[in-house]
Design a protein around this ligand. Structure first.
Ligand SMILES: C[S@@+](CC[C@H](N)C(=O)[O-])C[C@H]1O[C@@H](n2cnc3c(N)ncnc32)[C@H](O)[C@@H]1O
Length: 284
């Protein structure tokens, strides 16, 4: 299997599907309200880079509340879009915003990113925003996305890479490692090396820098826990460990004061990939 998991950590429970779904269900509305506007410039960048061939649908695994689906519809009004997410609340929010926009060419279903090819074949494109780094086996997910694509189809994936230590999210990662004693092995190099076996070639591999604003460092941390991905850790390890991570990070958070607020410099990564062969097979 593609990612025979160079990327798997001993903390398998972090990827328990029921825990993942219920955590994202719980934070869904808060995520939409807090994070969606802050992620928008990075999501737009991934959409600009998605240039699918000819005709064919576009798949959006891990669509969350669906901002990227609405943006995609603006760029590709004639394409059918299939969005999936394992959280039923996220899926409901996505449907709600598609309904409000009277969008009829986009469809949302419950589903894991790693199983995309069980729902869609011969797609012209896959757009993935801030989901790849959450998966147990990103390399295997990329291979599955390749199976879902037609030859010449493209993937545009923006994700959080192993963060730079001096930036706020990098400092958070260090605080998490120090307090939880959990460290996920690096997965990006492994995933890149496995792309040829998955029939994918790299068109772009870029750093994407952006800035976000927050009212305070405390607000940012609490939004990551109660409106974001650390909800999973809260449920797995309890509030005491979260409090210790919070305290450690707040001692040296790396945010910069700007007027009444705080600036968070972030670094995302964008991979644009093209399918040039069937996974494990030959070029057509
Ligand atoms: C950080 S949010 C990103 C949402 C949206 N794409 C965005 O950019 O705002 C991560 C999303 O991935 C979903 N997710 C978590 N684990 C997943 C998995 N195994 N497969 C697909 N999606 C997953 C969550 O439910 C959540 O909606």
């Amino acid at each position: 299997m593609a990612g025979d998991s160079a990327s798997r950590s001993p903390q398998e429970s972090a990827w328990d599907p029921r825990l993942v779904a219920s955590s994202w269900d719980f934070v869904a509305r808060g995520y939409r309200d807090y994070w969606t506007p802050r992620f928008r410039p990075l999501v737009e960048r991934a959409i600009v880079s998605l240039e699918p061939p000819g005709r064919g649908p576009i798949a959006v695994p891990g669509c969350g509340p669906g901002d990227e689906v609405l943006l995609l519809l603006k760029k590709f009004p004639a394409r059918t879009i299939f969005a999936t997410d394992p959280s039923s609340e996220m899926m409901a929010l996505c449907r709600e915003s598609l309904g409000a926009a009277r969008a009829t060419t986009a469809h949302v279903t419950l589903g894991k990113a790693e199983d995309l090819s069980s729902l869609i074949h011969q797609a012209a494109g896959v757009l993935s925003c801030f989901t790849l780094q959450l998966l147990a086996d990103p390399a295997a997910a990329l291979q599955d996305w390749s199976l879902a694509l037609r030859l010449g189809g493209v993937v545009s994936a923006v994700f959080w890479p192993e963060p730079t230590a001096e930036l706020p999210f990098g400092r958070l990662m260090l605080a998490l490692r120090e307090v939880t004693q959990e460290a996920r092995p690096a997965w990006e190099d492994f995933a890149l090396k496995s792309l040829p076996r998955s029939g994918l070639e790299v068109l772009q591999n870029e750093r994407v820098l952006a800035e976000m604003e927050h009212a305070s460092p405390e607000e940012l941390f609490d939004a990551i826990v109660h409106r974001g991905p650390l909800q999973v850790l809260l449920r797995r390890r309890g509030p005491d460990i979260i409090a210790r991570v919070r305290e450690a990070w707040l001692r040296s958070h790396g945010l910069e004061r700007v007027g009444a607020g705080w600036k968070n410099r972030v670094e995302a990564r964008l991979w644009v990939l093209r399918k040039v062969a069937e996974p494990g097979g030959e070029e057509h």
